[in-house]
Write a protein that binds this ligand. Structure first.
Ligand SMILES: [Zn+2]
Length: 144
């Protein structure tokens, strides 16, 4: 999670959310921060980019034995993609009561109607992860 926080801090004009994907042996396969502002892509959330990047060295879309570590609870889009990629474990930092789809607003990751359900661990380094967001949005309000 410290690595994900470090990646998030490099997001520049984007909301500081970072994601890292670890392979079955614990090596880092991919890392990404939000790039929505950078690329103008509405789907450029950290998790989506990390999933795409991790599939390259794995040479396939199945991330079954991989762990995705992200600084903030995934939204519905990312949770959907995580399920489709069959990610084994999801670890996230701050809870996101407004958009979270891993237990807050919805629980897409553990929906019993879906055939794949990753293991989910939330609230890891929660304070550090949410502090990044607080500082970012405080800065934004000041500049408006
Ligand atoms: Zn998302």
């Amino acid at each position: 999670m410290r690595r994900a926080v470090e990646v998030a801090a490099g997001a520049g004009a984007d909301v500081p959310i970072g994601a890292v994907i670890l392979g079955p042996d614990g090596t880092e396969l991919a890392a990404a921060h939000n790039e929505r502002e950078l690329t103008g892509d509405p789907t450029a959330h950290a998790e989506m980019l990390a999933l795409r990047r991790a599939a390259v060295p794995l040479d396939g879309w199945r991330l079954e034995d991989c762990a995705l570590v992200v600084t903030v609870e995934p939204c519905t889009m990312c949770a959907g993609a995580i399920v489709l990629a069959r990610v084994g474990t999801v670890v996230f930092g701050a809870w996101e009561p407004k958009t979270g789809a891993a237990g807050s607003l919805w629980d897409v990751l553990r929906d019993r109607r879906l055939t794949h359900r990753p293991e989910v661990i939330g609230g890891v380094l929660e304070e550090e992860c949410s502090a990044l967001l607080r500082e970012f949005f405080r800065g934004h309000r000041r500049s408006e």
